[in-house]
Design a binder for this molecule. Sequence first.
Ligand SMILES: [Zn+2]
Ligand SMILES: [Zn+2]
Ligand SMILES: [Zn+2]
Length: 332
Amino acid sequence: MHESMLENGLDFILNAANLLKKAEDASNAEEKEKALKYCMLHLSSGIELIMKFRLYIDNWTYIFADMNKANRRDLDNGDLITVDYERCIERLNTLCDIEFSEENKKYLKSLRRNRNKVEHFITDATTEALEVSINNALTATLIFLQNNYEDMSFSIKDMETRKLTEKEKNLLSEIINVVSSLQEHHKEALTLAVKQASMVSLESELVECPSCREKTMVISDSNDKCHCYMCGYEAKGETAAREYLFNIEGVDEYSIVKDGGEYPLYICPECGKESLIEKDNTYVCFSCRMIYPATEIQFCSECNNPYWVAKDEREDDIGLCSACLKYKIEKY
Ligand SMILES: [Zn+2]
Ligand SMILES: [Zn+2]
Ligand SMILES: [Zn+2]
């Protein structure tokens, strides 16, 4: 049973890649959605299998959800609860020394989240955003496969050395074929999206889209909304900033506040909307596009809101925002 894990996993992944191609060529929305749905289900099953097989090669006990209860008989009978997706990635990392780039880890995890949502019919992502997310997860999967399985013979602990079977080899090369044509298509779409976005914003001011994660979102376009040219995501600045913090930075307001921390979303000194976030040594407002160098933003000792202090005015700064300063002056 466990010997066929790799072949099954590869089969699922190839199937998913073909379904994504089908979705991209689909002529109507219904057909596209259906292809994407099965694509996501097959892809996450496939990824889970190839990751588990990698754990299994290192040490068969690693695939048990509870490694303390691992035993050979349950393994041989297939009578076991296996490790879940997220922990699989962790164990590959900590037990097998397999590094995933932060980016690829995010792609794989967000695929899983989308998969769960689609399964329960609660996804709010556009089909375009799902396509992008799947494409990136497929690329991450291919990297994992090439690093760990291609042209490789591996020894399974307590067992003889084994090479990829002919069938596995064929599946792998087919996957490489389909995925590279998908990547080509993805690259073209991305180039086009960046080009379109750059017509309304400086390319350096584009930000990662909370929905598809590509750096193709324009902050506050002519409709006063953030808009992604890759997947069509659109939201008001306040909403987009919150979704950015959650999906891109992994900042969850509920758990931060629960632990007594401060949620890093601030009121913009320029437009007064709660859509200012810190990003790459700057503060960026998702409503009015204002960008401040981080060194020029101070936090008011009275109301805690950020305010702007120009470089050459720092000596005059007394730690108060203009509203609080005005209030104090009027009081006396
Ligand atoms: Zn997007
Ligand atoms: Zn603003
Ligand atoms: Zn203040």
